[in-house]
Ligand binder design. Structure first.
Ligand SMILES: Cc1cc2nc3c(=O)[nH]c(=O)nc-3n(C[C@H](O)[C@H](O)[C@H](O)COP(=O)(O)OP(=O)(O)OC[C@H]3O[C@@H](n4cnc5c(N)ncnc54)[C@H](O)[C@@H]3O)c2cc1C
Length: 329
């Protein structure tokens, strides 16, 4: 509660825990975006609950080493997520992990969430921060070498492959643009693509064709990743004749698409784009009043920890302003 502000009767009940299952804000997703929103809201004395289907940390948990988070030169994703989580809890943010949302209503002024174990909660505002996931190839070895040679983010991991020979899988805009950007680090980049043509814009194809560090294997498919403690080689099938060759590579970047974790809002009133990402305005409010979205689940170009943290901040501050205008605080 802002200093000097007079509490409304309902806010008084919520603030002093007399309306137990009602929150100023429920945040869905405890990745960097959700945890940041939790830090801001609970520090401002808003009764806040974070619900996560997995464990707090989101994609940070999968990140071996983070070297681009300002203020910390190097930290494991797990450690960074723990710091963020503890900070939110310290300010009074409630958190439940491993939950399954079975029903949710956004439309009315009082939002409503039901979990599979029967718990029900209401809130003045909801922040959807459920993140997303890169599509995977689902071939043998992929799970073993994630973070140990296989990456889904050039910005995050490109500089670990200085002067190394690497491969990029995919043939769309992201794959081609990132292949070019990875030539800043790698000595050689092999693009492996299933089709006989790229689906990228002409300028991206031109940049690839003009880059001497890039070679292209068309109509080719990764069959398997090999190595011991880290990735050492890839088995690649030539789709024209079925022959398999093994190429030695230290790193592979997979860019075959991205999926926002928005299944649980599909068919509800929240507007999604054609890729099922949540559409928001500049305040990160969705098309429904009092429902905000933050982080990788939002329709946007760049998906990083810093952008998720920024979104979490913006969504939380706008949720507070919304409640203030609605006399909820
Ligand atoms: C391997 C890897 C390495 C990366 N390295 C870096 C890096 O070095 N630097 C960098 O800046 N970025 C990196 N990124 C990207 C960065 O981790 C993400 O941009 C960031 O975590 C997005 O934060 P988020 O909070 O939006 O979503 P997420 O981190 O995806 O968190 C979303 C949370 O929502 C939960 N959730 C999903 N669906 C539901 C549901 N229906 N109900 C309840 N909860 C749900 C999930 O369990 C998860 O905890 C990396 C990503 C990966 C995968």
């Amino acid at each position: 509660m802002a200093p000097g502000k007079v509490l409304t009767f309902r806010a008084f009940l919520i603030y002093f825990g007399m309306e137990n299952n009602h929150y100023h804000s429920i945040i869905i997703g405890a990745g960097p975006a959700g945890l940041t929103a939790g830090i801001y809201l609970s520090r401002a004395k808003m009764k806040t609950l974070i619900l996560d289907a997995g464990i707090a940390g989101g994609q940070l948990i999968l990140t071996h080493e983070v070297a681009n988070y300002p203020g910390i030169e190097k930290i494991s994703g797990y450690e960074l997520s723990n710091v963020m989580r503890n900070q939110a809890v310290k300010f009074g943010c409630e958190m439940q992990s491993g939950v399954a949302i079975t029903d949710i209503h956004f439309e009315s002024e009082r939002k409503w969430v039901k979990l599979s174990d029967g718990q029900e909660f209401t809130a003045d505002t909801i922040i959807i921060a459920t993140g997303g996931r890169s599509r995977t190839l689902n071939v043998p070895g992929e799970d073993n070498f994630k973070g140990r040679g296989i990456s889904y983010c050039a910005t995050c991991d490109g500089d670990f492959f200085q002067d190394r020979e690497i491969a990029v899988v995919g043939g769309g805009n992201t794959a081609l643009e990132e292949a070019v950007s990875l030539t800043k680090y790698a000595s050689k980049v092999t693009i492996i693509h299933m089709l006989d043509h790229f689906q990228a814009f002409a300028h991206a194809q031109e940049a690839v064709a003009n880059n001497p560090k890039i070679e292209v294997l068309m109509q080719s498919q990764v069959k398997q990743f090999n190595g011991s403690s880290k990735l050492e080689s890839i088995d690649v099938t030539d789709l024209r004749n079925g022959s398999v060759s093994t190429i030695a590579r230290d790193g592979v970047f997979v860019f075959i698409g991205y999926e926002a974790n928005t299944d649980f809002v599909k068919g509800r009133c929240i507007a999604l784009n054609e890729r099922n990402e949540i559409i928001t305005d500049a305040r990160l409010q969705t098309n429904v009043a009092g429902v905000f979205a933050a982080g990788d689940a939002v329709a946007k170009r760049f998906r990083q920890i810093t952008t998720a943290v920024s979104d979490g901040t913006i969504a939380a501050l706008n949720a507070m302003e919304y409640m203030l205008n609605q006399q909820k605080t």
